[in-house]
Design a protein. Structure first.
Length: 333
């Protein structure tokens, strides 16, 4: 099954909750997600049985990889029960989890035992003052590091560590993060700060382009590019020439990868989005709860995918011709 731009459907990101304990300023800022914000009531969330049924239908349409995310996925009670159900679905080759790490030290072993294969932990600085200003929840770096260590001990290795870089905010943390994670066996990945709708006050000037990040790191520890492991791999990879492992960079702003995007996203209340940046989704929960057959579900999802023509990031980059100029000036410098 291919979409209107000949892209297959391979990956499904499942948001298992809309809640998070952090209020990262670039993601769920307190001004928007404050005390009065109304999160979804429990009955609006897809149940584990509904998620499993959907995942099975998606697997039948070609999905091979599931990523559990949120909100903060480890806030969903008994998540390991869902993981065990998903791991039993034929065709699913990989189940991964993206987490802020706050509850990971406690849960890593149970998650791995249930069938989780890999974990990505978000960590934006090793400096407590910077990290706490970003997570806006007073959460210290040390507990995230404990979570990363516990995940590696539980066999969820190599642990990927995602650092969103926002200019003037945590860019001075880039080199200390590299120094810390080089040679650790964990893979540090830098994420260009993205526009996630109207909630985070995104400005292009706040994006540190991938080329600038690579030039900065390569100036201290020489790097060489690595080939993609599979078509459509999101991160561009580099290895340290001295053998201290690799880093990745997700350049969705300056080098969009819409052309090879094989990902769909399912929100906690069961809406299917065909692009990370899509403003509206397709309500699968209504279909699920309407008592239809798997075949009818399959047809609805196939119809949505085959119509898909999203390429938000590509069009945005083209529209803001400045992006390329910013990038090139740093490549030269
Ligand atoms: N709570 C989990 C976590 O912190 O990893 C999972 C959800 S979070 C939305 C998933 C990832 O998206 C995190 O690595 C986070 O840093 C990243 N993210 C959120 N907002 C972003 C933005 N504006 N630009 C780039 N990455 C962002």
């Amino acid at each position: 099954m291919a979409d209107a731009l000949a892209r297959p459907l391979r990956d499904l990101r499942i948001s298992v909750t809309d809640r998070c304990q952090f209020r990262c300023t670039y993601c769920m800022p307190r001004e928007v997600f404050g005390r009065d914000f109304v999160f979804l009531p429990r009955e609006d969330l897809l149940t584990f049985e509904e998620l499993t049924r959907l995942a099975r239908v998606f697997a039948g349409l070609g999905v091979r990889k599931l990523r559990l995310t949120g909100g903060e996925p480890l806030l969903r009670r008994d998540l390991e029960r869902l993981i065990a159900k998903l791991a039993a679905i034929g065709g699913i080759q990989d189940i991964a989890l993206t987490t802020n790490g706050a509850l990971l030290a406690r849960k890593a072993r149970t998650l791995a035992d249930a069938g989780l294969r890999r974990v990505t932990v978000s960590l934006d600085s090793l400096d407590d003052a910077v990290f706490m200003a970003l997570n806006d929840a007073g959460f210290p770096v040390a507990r995230v590091l404990d979570g990363i260590a516990a995940a590696a001990d539980a066999g969820l290795a190599p642990v990927k560590v995602n650092m969103v870089v926002k200019r003037g905010c945590n860019d001075p943390s880039i080199l200390p993060m590299v120094a810390h994670f080089r040679g650790s066996g964990h893979v540090l990945r830098f994420i260009e700060y993205m526009d996630v709708g109207n909630t985070n006050g995104w400005r292009l000037d706040d994006v540190v382009p991938a080329a600038e990040i690579i030039a900065l790191i390569g100036g201290q520890w020489p790097l060489e590019p690595l080939p993609a492991r599979y078509p459509g791999e999101v991160a561009t990879r580099y290895r340290f020439q001295d053998g201290a492992g690799e880093i990745g960079i997700v350049a969705s702003v300056t080098q969009p990868f819409c052309r090879s995007c094989a990902r769909a996203r399912l929100s906690a209340e069961g809406k299917l989005y065909t692009c990370l940046f899509a403003g509206s989704g397709h309500d699968l929960r209504a279909t699920l709860r309407g008592g239809v057959s798997d075949q009818a579900l399959r047809e609805q999802i196939a119809a949505i995918w085959t119509m898909r023509a999203d390429r938000y990031s590509e069009l945005r980059t083209r529209a803001t011709g400045r992006t390329q100029k910013v990038e090139m000036s740093h490549v030269g410098g």
